[in-house]
Each structure stands twice: as structure tokens, then as C-alpha cells.
Design a protein around this ligand. Structure first.
Ligand code: NAP
Length: 283
């Protein structure tokens, strides 16, 4: 069965919009997010454009801070300090990657906790590892969990294999799965006998970034296959999974595009709503 991220994202966005509209009616305030982009990374620009379109659809104001790749770390840190203090700014979205002269960790950690709408600040990740519900979850891992929950897949006691250990996908999604009582194996490029691990997976989450990396022989019959990968092949988007062949074996599978990616933006919007309420003291 295909896991339709687009349809699910539509429902989630409608609920967020209804809540934003209610808050606007009662308190006469609406959320504003500061969107920061440094450099001309094409994938980031595409992602930022889709964020801005969603902000407009939902009545979220956006302040755009788009810079050339030469800006200094000090300049960016200074901007974040100003945005942290600005009571009209509810969330700060740093679009990655940042250029090499800027420390990503330093910049992400500088964001005020409640304005960290992408959930990458060390404190937010710490709260996630504590299974503390106050945390803001990184959007893509939250999107994966929304898909799993949306299709009523119970992770309790399941063998879940995550391929990839990045700070933005692999590690946080593994923590979220653990919090949902799954048994997690996290693989990376040094993993030996990868196929032995993947064949054992009730739920396989691939966040590698290599087209057709997950082949049919790597997947257990009836497995749930979540494809996080985004690869551009001959001008078209493809995931990590050899979709045509793997779909015959999987009980559930996400398409690319229209799977995890669709949920990522929806989860970012949900985080913005959470930050907005916290920043304005709305319960
Ligand atoms: P990343 O930082 O490049 O991480 C890729 C991971 O894959 C690394 O941990 C790497 O291991 C592992 N890997 C590479 N080759 C492997 C192999 N042969 N066997 C096992 N593991 C291997 O990428 P990312 O930022 O996590 O993103 C992963 C993919 O998801 C990309 O295609 C990206 O575009 C996509 N993505 C999609 C969304 C969305 O909304 N759908 C959001 C974010 C990212 P090492 O750590 O050992 O190098």
C-alpha cells in the first residue's frame, strides 16, 4: 500500500490553519517566521520556496534573510541575537547547509529554545532523547513518525532499521522510534553485512541519498519501507529505494516525491505553531 504523504500533509495543514485562524480571531495576532538562507544551494532554494508558499497559504508572515555565501559567522550570530529578542518573531528557520566559514552547530545552538522551529538546537535534541514532550522535533523525522502514525503502524516491539546517522534525519528518527518502543538498528557507511540487517527489518527507513540503493533482495516480505532519500536523476526526483521492485514485497511504501518530503513541510508548520503559542503565551 502506498503511504500518501501529500494527502496526510493536507489534513495536517488544514488543522494548523484552523488553529492559526482561531488565534487570530481571539488574540488578533498571527505567527511570523524568520527564514535564513546563505548561499545559492539549489536544493535549499527549492525547499525555501515551498516553505514560503506554505507560510502564505496558512497566514504565517515571513521575514526573508537571504545572503550571499560570503557573509561572516559573526554577522549571522548577531542577526540571530536580534531575532531572539524580537517579540514579533516567533520562529527562526536556518536553511542548511551553511557555507564552510560558518559553524552550523554554533549557529543552530544560538537560537532561542522556543524559536528553534527546525528542532536542531542541542537542547531540543536533548529533550528529544529525554522523551520530554516539550521538545520541538526536527521536521523530517517528525514527518516520518506522522506517516507511521497516520497509517496506524504500531512500532511497539518491531525491528526498525534506519540507514543513515545524520543529525537531521538518522539520529533523531532513531530516538523517536525508540520513544515509540521500537527496537532500533542504526546503520552507516561502515556497517558490515548491511543486507543481514535490512532483511530483518519490519520497518526499514532509508536516509542515504543514493538512488536505487535499497533493492528487492534487501527487504523482508511485508516490511514497511520509508524512503527519505531525495536524488535528482536525469532531471527527476527519486528516492533511495528501487520503488518498482520493492513495492511488490512491501506492505507499505512511501513514494518519492509525495512521501516523507510532503510531511517535512507540514511538520515545520506544526513546529512554527508550537513556537508561536509559546512565544506569545497562548495555551
Ligand atoms: P547525509 O548527512 O549525507 O547522511 C547520509 C547517511 O547515509 C550517512 O550517515 C552515511 O554514513 C550513510 N550511508 C552512505 N552510504 C552508505 C552505505 N553504503 N551503507 C550504509 N549507510 C550509508 O544525508 P542526510 O542529510 O541524512 O539526508 C539523507 C537523504 O535524505 C538525502 O538524499 C537527502 O536529500 C534526503 N533528505 C530528505 C528530506 C525530506 O524531507 N524527504 C529531508 C532531509 C534529507 P556515514 O555517516 O558513515 O557517512
Amino acid at each position: 500500500m502506498l503511504m500518501d504523504g501529500k494527502e496526510l500533509a493536507k489534513d495536517i495543514k488544514a488543522k494548523i490553519k484552523a488553529e492559526i485562524d482561531d488565534i487570530k480571531r481571539i488574540y488578533n495576532v498571527s505567527p511570523t517566521v524568520a527564514s535564513i538562507l546563505v548561499g545559492d544551494d539549489q536544493a535549499s532554494q527549492v525547499y525555501v520556496n515551498s516553505q514560503v508558499k506554505s507560510y502564505q497559504d496558512l497566514g504565517i508572515g515571513v521575514q526573508k534573510y537571504f545572503f550571499s555565501k560570503e557573509i561572516s559567522e559573526a554577522y549571522l550570530l548577531n542577526l540571530i541575537d536580534k531575532l531572539n529578542k524580537d517579540t514579533e518573531v516567533d520562529g527562526i528557520m536556518i536553511n542548511l547547509p551553511l557555507p564552510p566559514q560558518i559553524s552550523t552547530t554554533k549557529v543552530l545552538n544560538r537560537i532561542k529554545l522556543i524559536k528553534d522551529v527546525d528542532g536542531f538546537k542541542a537542547e531540543n535534541l536533548g529533550l528529544l532523547f529525554q522523551n520530554n514532550e516539550d521538545f520541538i522535533s526536527p521536521s523530517t523525522p517528525a514527518g516520518i513518525m506522522a506517516l507511521i502514525k497516520g497509517y496506524k503502524i504500531d512500532l511497539e516491539g518491531k525491528d526498525v532499521v534506519v540507514i543513515g546517522r545524520s543529525n537531521i534525519v538518522g539520529k533523531p528518527v532513531a530516538a523517536l522510534v525508540l520513544n515509540s518502543h521500537g527496537t532500533v538498528t542504526i546503520c552507516n557507511s561502515h556497517t558490515r553485512n548491511l543486507i543481514e540487517k535490512t532483511k530483518n527489518a519490519d520497518v526499514l527507513i532509508s536516509a542515504v541519498g543514493k538512488p536505487k540503493f535499497i533493492t528487492e533482495d534487501m527487504v523482508k516480505e511485508g516490511a514497511v519501507v520509508i524512503d527519505v532519500g531525495i536524488n535528482r536523476v536525469n532531471g527527476k526526483l527519486e528516492g533511495d529505494v528501487d520503488f518498482e521492485n520493492v513495492q511488490k514485497k512491501a506492505s507499505y511504501i512511501t513514494p518519492v516525491p509525495g512521501g516523507v518530503g510532503a510531511l517535512t513541510v507540514a511538520m515545520l508548520l506544526s513546529n512554527i505553531l508550537k513556537s508561536f503559542k509559546a512565544n506569545r503565551g497562548i495555551i
